[in-house]
Design a protein around this ligand. Sequence first.
Ligand SMILES: NC(=O)C1=CN([C@@H]2O[C@H](COP(=O)(O)OP(=O)(O)OC[C@H]3O[C@@H](n4cnc5c(N)ncnc54)[C@H](O)[C@@H]3O)[C@@H](O)[C@H]2O)C=CC1
Ligand SMILES: O=C(O)C(=O)Cc1ccc(O)cc1
Length: 367
Amino acid sequence: MSGAAGAPRARIVGTGLIGTSIALALRAAGWPVSLEDPSPTAAALARDLGAGTIDELAPDVLAPDVVVVAAPPDVTGAVVATQLARWPSAVVTDVASVKSSVLATVRSLGGDLRRYVGSHPMAGRERSGAVAARPDLCAGRPWVVVPSPESSAEAVALVVSLARAARGEVVTLGPQEHDAAVAAVSHLPQLMATLTAARLRHEPDDAVALCGQGVRDVTRIAASDPGLWTQILAGNAAGVAALLRAVRTDLDDAVGALEALAAGGDAPGARAVLARLLDDGNHGRARVPGKHGGAPTPYTVVTVVVPDEPGALGRLFAAMGEAGINLEDLHLEHAVGHPVALAEVSVLPGVADRLRTHLGAGGWTIH
Ligand SMILES: NC(=O)C1=CN([C@@H]2O[C@H](COP(=O)(O)OP(=O)(O)OC[C@H]3O[C@@H](n4cnc5c(N)ncnc54)[C@H](O)[C@@H]3O)[C@@H](O)[C@H]2O)C=CC1
Ligand SMILES: O=C(O)C(=O)Cc1ccc(O)cc1
């Protein structure tokens, strides 16, 4: 059964951050969307945000073509099995951050695996719930489609069109390949951010006041929900543990080199160890894709002093617009005890000099 314009009818089960974001994107693409959540408040909030309808009165009319389970990872397999049984003609997908353990649960519960295709939009935020949802959350981000050996071609095609309707960039992987990849690009980074941020707990206020953009970048995802992440790490335990063991080897090398230097004397070899670790980091960082998953784009950062007053940032953007220069990225630094902010404006390298000249002529202070 399809919506009025022929778009498939989707049902979102779990209307938190990811479920509601997908629902909003599908609505924007013209898909009819119904909503379900064991928390009536969560479902009503998603409905009030325009994510779809809540209607249990006529399930035959509302039978979905595709069900998206966006529930916490530890219940996802069981919810997928329930939805497969409840909607015998629907394809069911889920968006949990781990895939092998979900498939194993659906299999053990006897779910119809021909109609189940796992998926994982590689997009999210460090906040939970529908209130943090965004219709463009998945736009331009990888969306991993994870068929099982039993998944039918029709089921895979429907999940691919759902991911594309939500503006994701489809990548197809097997469950083990997926879990190994996200251990490295998502789960280990989450743990390292968490461990780094945890070191700040007992620092004096004066020390924490010195935090700059580096520590903000490295710790942003340390604000993520501990309940969700305990489930994600537990669901990918072997892969994450193997990577952490490799990190422990590097940590031991760094500690050894630093202790040798701290002991005084020449500490032969210690600097080479540190340099090797830092160089390895440069090489790893160089592999991180840029915006929209393309090759990393080397932007030039122009630092502009902006008065800390209403409208100042708007004037800066207008000045860039006059010069016909696109803003690629922006970081704001607030200097402690000063009524100004530093706007770190990223632009394409070819226009950076022109931007400096234009802003300088307009009275802006550039660093
Ligand atoms: N947070 C993130 O950045 C990302 C999360 N994911 C995955 O998306 C899924 C949902 O995560 P979020 O939206 O962040 O969590 P959330 O906490 O914002 O939302 C989860 C929703 O599931 C509902 N729920 C709880 N038990 C349920 C059940 N038995 N059946 C149906 N719904 C149930 C909750 O009431 C809540 O509304 C998780 O499996 C997570 O691994 C995937 C990509 C990114
Ligand atoms: O906030 C970010 O940068 C993320 O990468 C969020 C995220 C969290 C969990 C996932 O399974 C996928 C993506």
